[in-house]
Design a protein around this ligand. Structure first.
Ligand code: ASP
Length: 311
């Protein structure tokens, strides 16, 4: 915990900081490789003391290494913080898979205590490190009275996004900017990601066959997300594979590999995918479409209905 207030000061808001690693916690070693080295208390040094901070060092990983079971571990720390009376929770996290963790937490958390994820684009030891400012903003947001009912949010570089629709780009994130106040949320239940059905993302490209798609089904996938072409197209071999997957009871969702594009299935191949029983994710990129499909399957919800509203 950071320093106590002086006599006569108002009681400080309590924020729990859960660290998981990522660039915000890295320093660059002698080989030029960025590795998470900074503990939560090191990250918290220099934060304004208007908020009382409790630190939980949960993981020190590159977020590319995280598993769905880690989303459960983060969720469990959030729940413990809430039970312990925290006014807000901050999770530091790598940006590579922040959009996935944030969406899973968002769909499985219905508390009023705000949960704010943040990270950094530059290492903690970089002269122009962005982590300290991002962390300070996240702690301020999580500790703010007005943030009650916010649910899960992501903040970096002074912007606050809702998890749904968030995508990492070369320079940061793009997504739906949200007001830092209470908002309407969709709760799928207290689901366990580690127990959710397997969902795989299948890349579609010029000349792709259905080898990867069939292998995912053989490996036990209950859902597939196609990172399809253009507005939601694929070649004949993939469409045949989608027919086979649907006959095997596997849900198929059509996303697109084109950043920022909408899936409208306005061309012949796209229509054939839908006719084969695939569901359209109009605007969610494949990584988040996968998380949404995992949650829909785990919650026993209609995939078509879920993607019509949230996809
Ligand atoms: N590879 C890092 C991670 O996701 C990237 C970052 O944090 O920006 O852990």
């Amino acid at each position: 915990m950071n320093e106590a207030p002086g006599p006569g000061d108002a009681p400080r808001r309590r924020v729990v900081l859960v660290t998981t690693g990522g660039t915000i916690a890295t320093s660059v070693d002698a080989d030029g490789v960025a590795r998470p080295t900074h503990s939560g208390s090191a990250l918290a040094q220099g934060l304004p003391t208007v908020v009382a901070l409790d630190v939980v060092d949960l993981l020190a990983a590159d977020s590319s290494e995280l598993q769905p079971s880690d989303w459960d571990r983060i969720g469990a720390e959030v729940a413990a913080a809430v039970r312990g009376g925290a006014d807000g929770v901050v999770v530091t996290h790598g940006t590579d898979t922040m959009e996935e963790t944030a969406l899973w937490l968002d769909l499985t958390y219905d508390g009023d205590v705000p949960v704010v994820l943040t990270g950094a684009m530059r290492s903690a030891d970089a002269p122009d490190a962005d982590g300290p400012a991002n962390l300070a903003a996240a702690v301020a947001l999580a500790g703010n009275r007005e943030s009650r009912g916010l649910g899960v949010a992501v903040t970096l570089s002074g912007t606050v996004w809702q998890p749904l629709g968030l995508t990492k780009t070369g320079s940061g994130f793009v997504g739906t900017v949200m007001a830092p106040t209470a908002r309407e949320r969709t709760y799928f239940g207290a689901l366990r990601a580690a127990a959710a059905p397997r969902v795989d993302v299948v890349a579609v490209y010029a000349g792709s066959d259905a080898v990867a798609l069939d292998a995912c089904v053989a490996a036990g996938a209950r859902g597939l997300v196609l990172a399809a072409l253009g507005s939601g197209n694929a070649g004949a071999a993939v469409i045949d594979g989608v027919h086979r997957a649907r006959r095997a009871g596997v849900e198929v969702v059509v996303s697109t590999r084109v950043p920022g594009a909408r899936v409208t299935v306005g061309y012949g191949p796209g229509r054939m995918l839908v006719d084969a029983g695939a569901v359209v994710a109009p605007s969610l990129p494949a990584p988040q479409a996968r998380v949404l499909l995992m949650a829909a399957l785990a919650a026993g919800r209609s995939v078509r209905d879920v993607f019509a509203v949230l996809g």
